[in-house]
Design a protein around this ligand. Structure first.
Ligand SMILES: O=C(O)c1ccc[n+]([C@@H]2O[C@H](COP(=O)([O-])O)[C@@H](O)[C@H]2O)c1
Ligand SMILES: Cc1cc2nc[nH]c2cc1C
Length: 347
């Protein structure tokens, strides 16, 4: 863990200052590209003003012992079934990724059933977490093993030539673990961060909120203990995603976050190393209420807000072309000087 964290440093201030200056000289009224202007400056601080391509979305998949408490309307087997769907190219993330020229990787970091026959990355740490409502979901060693899966995969993907990493997740019941993690790092209450996930009714939502509330009391993990929070609540995909985000930061490549699961993992990464957030871009804002709470604590503005609540990386893949446009505008637009256009009064 120390070795991973030692490789992370803040974004390049000088590159950001130069990018800010160039932004102001481009052939458009100052500020007219809105949020994209700041985004291009942030990416310049991560990676320089080069379009972050090629890109890959990694779908980390795992199961959750807390499923036994009736917090999701879906059977646990759907996690493994969706992995087969991803591998066959039939999920929403596959369609989005094809359209936006993003490669898809799928990783079993802790699916309950055997998915050995699938053509995916096999890195199962254990078959699902233990039930967080009765005790710790993971041991300390299991947490470190799952973080390592994500960090080392990020290293490998960058070595393979990828210049933008996108997060994805699949795990029935993982919005429950996400809620507990987000409450831990933000101080929000269970009812502020617990949502309907894949679509539960009012009675199940009340029950799920009570499960999260009781778990927060049972484990009482302070925000300063991110690895203990992962051990208390899981999940294996959250731990791997935290490692993947740290790995992107260590390699100075942007990482586009998907929804509430990635938001929870990014809070873990931030608690482990505050500079990790310098490399994070919020792809979208999920309809799950905890996600807005997480984004606020991360200080990130989502690029897309379309009521998505699917996961898989869909919101990140949807946002990827926006990120590319922001960077391309900064890199390729003419300046008032080069185009021989008189700058406006306030330029
Ligand atoms: O990305 C999100 O914000 C998001 C919001 C709600 C649900 N999901 C997905 O739905 C699954 C978890 O939902 P649940 O209700 O079983 O906890 C898991 O596979 C997630 O990828 C994802
Ligand atoms: C069908 C289905 C697809 C998903 N993709 C991500 N989470 C999901 C949950 C379900 C239930």
């Amino acid at each position: 863990m120390e070795e991973y964290l030692a490789r992370i440093g803040p974004a390049d201030e000088a590159a950001m200052a130069a990018a800010t200056q160039r932004q102001q000289s481009l052939t458009k009224p100052a500020g007219s590209l809105g949020v994209l202007e700041d985004l291009s400056v942030r990416v310049a601080g991560m990676t320089g003003a080069v379009v972050p391509s090629p890109a890959v979305v990694t779908v980390f998949a795992a199961d959750h012992g807390v499923h036994a408490q009736g917090v999701s309307p879906w059977p646990q087997e759907v996690t493994a079934a969706m992995l087969a769907n991803f591998a066959a190219g039939g999920a929403a993330v596959n369609a989005f990724a094809t359209n936006n020229r993003v490669d898809v990787r799928v990783v079993d970091v802790g699916v309950a059933s055997d998915v050995d026959q699938l053509d995916i990355v096999h890195a199962k740490v254990r078959p699902g977490t233990r039930d967080l409502s009765v005790g710790p979901a993971l041991t300390d060693d299991e947490v470190l093993a799952a973080v390592a899966v994500g960090f080392e995969l990020a290293d490998k993907l960058v070595l393979d030539g990828y210049r933008c990493l996108l997060t994805g997740d699949m795990g029935i019941a993982n919005t429950t673990a996400s809620a507990a993690l987000i409450a831990t790092f933000t101080g929000a209450t269970a009812d502020q961060v617990t949502g309907r996930g894949t679509g539960i009714d009012d009675a199940t939502l009340a029950h799920k909120t009570a499960v999260v509330e009781a778990a927060l009391v049972l484990h009482e993990v302070p925000a300063t203990e991110p690895l203990k929070a992962l051990a208390a609540y899981g999940g294996l995909e959250h731990a791997a995603l935290a490692g993947y985000i740290l790995g992107a930061a260590a390699n100075k490549v942007p990482v586009i976050l998907d929804g509430v699961i990635a938001g929870a993992a990014a809070l873990v990464a931030q608690a482990l190393h505050p500079s990790a957030v310098d490399y994070c871009v919020a792809g979208h804002r999920s309809a799950e209420p905890g996600h807005a709470v997480a984004l606020k604590a991360l200080g990130l503005q989502p690029l897309v807000d379309l009521d998505l609540r699917l996961g898989e990386g869909t919101g990140a893949v949807l946002a990827y072309p926006i990120l590319c446009c922001a960077v391309r505008a900064l890199a390729e637009m003419a300046t008032f000087e080069s185009a021989g256009i008189a700058a406006g009064e306030e330029a």
